[in-house]
Design a protein around this ligand. Structure first.
Ligand code: FAD
Length: 403
């Protein structure tokens, strides 16, 4: 008997799970339902911890993982924003010895191109007869079916399938979450910061030597100080793809709309229309360059001038994660009270405390402080194949791992 599995959401989680189930359980038929079209823009990168990498191994695609990941992009160099020199104040990386001794904690976590990883997962699924993805199909609700199983409904209450098992992989905007969690606040919590998030398609072509020197040496570079944070990270897949994303983080605003208003850009009506490559891009760049004032050294300004596209967003999270995010947000607000100088002009002139901001950033990105080392330390090599997280897991993944 075939077991029908319906997965709502073709993000990295939904596709990876579809890969694992279809690979391990031939008597299962997996259908992934995705509201977006197949050609949707996938944004930038993501980094996967050891568990995420193991999931890819179980889905049978780990041997392609390094094709879409940037070597050394988990080497993060931190510069003072006003420093003109090539040497960072500190570098965070996972030393080879620690990775070898404690792979579960110190597994290499390169930046992986989200779009390329998705394509790899989709290609792998296409080789299996017992799984498929249906795009342009939103899931709006679920109900028990009279003949057993569970029925999923799409737009206009139209049935999109009956399944024996349904899995909600719709991420933050899940429409099925209310069946599992009762959450009066609507389920989403503001993370405490607003980001201007952009891409430089080819830093090699667009940027000057000082910024390139930093980017060539370290996969990720951050500038911090006086209450600012800017972050650049290579996420392009393959040696010819130098795409680099850039975050400019603002802590003194409560929503993306208030920033868009300040910049003079109307709020976008959709994800696609929020990707700015037109005259709005120039407006955003001008705003950021003005916001940077005289505080930033030229290489950071160069990064902003080189941006090929931007989006403005306020990362939010399930309220279930609020215990975690709440501390970040509380820190942020505490600082805003401490720094009454949160106005635009004051941001540039005051030497605001920066330690809390750095802590927020570190916890928000799951950084491990154990990887700190002085600038100029030798690089560690990236593993060429996936290493299991523990000996016990190694035994189980010998059977399940990449073939
Ligand atoms: C700036 C930023 C940086 C991040 N960096 C990292 C990182 O480095 N590493 C990391 O692990 N995480 C990172 N995250 C978090 C990361 O985005 C999520 O962990 C990840 O996307 C979760 O994947 P997912 O597949 O569960 O959900 P999603 O990526 O959100 O995918 C959900 C899918 O479901 C679809 N969907 C939604 N609603 C419906 C519906 N009604 N019907 C059908 N389909 C629907 C969506 O279109 C989407 O394709 C970052 C987040 C942000 C904002």
């Amino acid at each position: 008997m075939t077991i029908r599995v319906g997965i709502a959401g073709a993000g990295i989680s939904g596709l990876t799970l579809a890969g694992i189930l279809s690979r391990r359980l031939p008597h299962v038929h997996v259908t992934v339902l995705e509201r977006a079209p197949a050609a949707r823009d996938q944004g930038y990168g993501l980094d996967l911890d050891a568990n995420g990498q193991e999931a890819l191994a179980r889905a049978g695609v780990y041997h392609k993982y390094w094709d879409c990941s940037q070597p050394y992009s988990d080497h993060m160099a931190f510069f003072r924003i006003g420093s003109h020199g090539p040497e960072p104040a500190g570098v965070m990386f996972r030393p080879a010895l620690l990775r070898w001794l404690f792979p579960a904690t110190f597994a290499a976590r390169p930046e992986t191109n989200r779009g390329a990883l998705r394509d790899i997962l989709l290609d792998e699924m296409a080789t299996r007869a017992n799984t498929g993805v249906v795009f342009d199909t939103a899931v709006r609700d679920a109900r028990l079916h009279v003949d057993g199983g569970c029925e999923l409904f799409g737009d206009g209450g139209k049935s999109v399938g009956v399944f024996d098992l349904i899995i909600d992989a719709m991420g933050l905007h899940s429409t099925l979450r209310h069946h599992r969690v009762v959450d009066a606040s609507g389920g989403k919590a503001f993370g405490g910061t607003v980001h201007i998030h952009g891409v430089i398609n080819s830093p090699e072509a667009a940027c000057g030597a000082p910024l390139l020197a930093r980017l060539r040496k370290y996969g990720s570079v951050a500038g911090y100080g006086r209450g600012y944070l800017i972050f650049l990270q290579r996420f392009g897949a393959g040696s010819n793809d130098g795409r680099t994303c850039c975050f400019y983080q603002l802590n003194h605003l409560d929503s993306a709309e208030s920033l868009l208003d300040e910049i003079g850009v109307s709020p976008p009506s959709s994800r696609a229309s929020g990707i700015m490559t037109d005259e709005r891009l120039d407006k955003v760049k001008r705003w950021v360059l003005h916001d940077m004032g005289e505080v930033f050294d030229e290489s950071w300004r160069d990064a902003i001038r080189s941006l090929d596209r931007v989006t403005v967003g306020a990362p939010s999270s399930h309220t279930l994660l609020c215990v975690y995010l709440g501390s970040i947000s509380a820190q942020s607000r505490l600082n805003d009270r401490r720094c009454a100088a949160s106005s635009h002009t004051a941001r540039q002139s005051s030497a605001r405390p920066t330690t809390w901001r750095f802590r927020s950033f570190a916890s928000a990105t799951h950084c491990s402080t154990a990887g700190w080392a002085a600038a100029g330390s030798s690089r560690c090599r990236m593993p060429t194949s996936w290493r299991p997280c523990s000996r016990r897991r190694a035994r189980s993944t010998t059977r399940a791992g990449p073939t």
